[in-house]
Design a protein around this ligand. Structure first.
Ligand code: PGA
Length: 247
């Protein structure tokens, strides 16, 4: 039985004060929920938000990580640095892949480093609009998953977020049928790579999730939660999405 897992990705948003207020509002608005919850916040806000969430049911996450343990890597952050603040870290978000040059090989190295640390990864995969239109969705997902996971242990520590790039921040959500089909394909690919342990991996859908579309998406058998961008920065919307997750 996979417990639903909803994560918010604030991206490069919020001032420190806004971050603390928002985190407190999320914790206050989601008491008694039946799923795991995390907020993935900007690096400088990990400390303040950790304090704001202390003792609450909401876990903390970061949005990226570098694979080397330390050294001359200006601007980068290691797993050990993050692990003293948070539990989760996003790896391979499409914005990292598209805007900052993260390759499949880099995602793999980041994932290896995360799995060797106390952090739990949220690994993002998903196709571009052109790739979907030309029927390459499954090939893209298979390539991204194989690059990330071949030879690595699958377990309940691992979350995969299916985020079709054409649905991120666009207001255009995948239909539940489209999202379920892709997530079932991801599950099958993970089984191929890691056997039965794939059944303990949680698969989130991400891409313009709202309180309106969340119930139908979260009811799909292979969708175990959501990675929420825009709507995670409005505490009432995020709480409404969270409320629609059922074990
Ligand atoms: P969105 O972002 O909900 O704003 O589409 C999702 C994501 O990038 O994780």
């Amino acid at each position: 039985m996979r417990r639903p897992f909803i994560a918010g990705n604030w991206k490069m948003n919020t001032t420190e004060d806004e971050a603390v207020v928002l985190a407190r509002a999320v914790a206050a608005g989601t008491g008694g929920v039946l799923c795991d919850l995390a907020l993935c916040v900007p690096f400088p806000h990990l400390g303040p938000v950790r304090s704001a969430l202390a003792g609450s049911h909401v876990a903390l996450g970061a949005q990226d990580v570098y694979w080397e343990p330390k050294g001359a890597y200006t601007g980068e952050v290691s797993t050990a640095m993050l692990a003293s603040y948070c539990r989760y870290v996003i790896v391979g978000h499409s914005e990292r892949r598209q805007l900052f040059g993260d390759t499949d090989a880099w995602v793999r190295r980041k994932l290896e480093a995360v799995l060797a640390s106390p952090l739990d990864p949220i690994v993002c995969v998903g196709e571009l609009l052109g790739e979907r239109r030309s029927g390459e969705t499954e090939a893209v997902l298979e390539r991204q998953l194989a690059a990330a996971f071949t030879g690595l242990p699958l377990s309940a520590r691992v979350t995969v977020a299916y985020e079709p790039v054409w649905a991120i921040g666009t207001g255009e959500t995948a239909t539940p049928a489209v999202a379920q089909e892709a997530c079932a394909f991801i599950r099958a690919s993970l089984r191929h790579l890691g056997g039965e342990a794939a059944d303990s991996v949680r698969i989130q859908y991400g891409g313009s999730v709202t309180p309106e579309n969340a119930p139908d998406l979260l009811a799909c058998p292979d969708i175990d939660g959501a990675l929420v961008g825009g709507a995670s920065r409005k505490s009432d919307q995020f709480a409404a999405i969270v409320a629609s997750a059922r074990p």
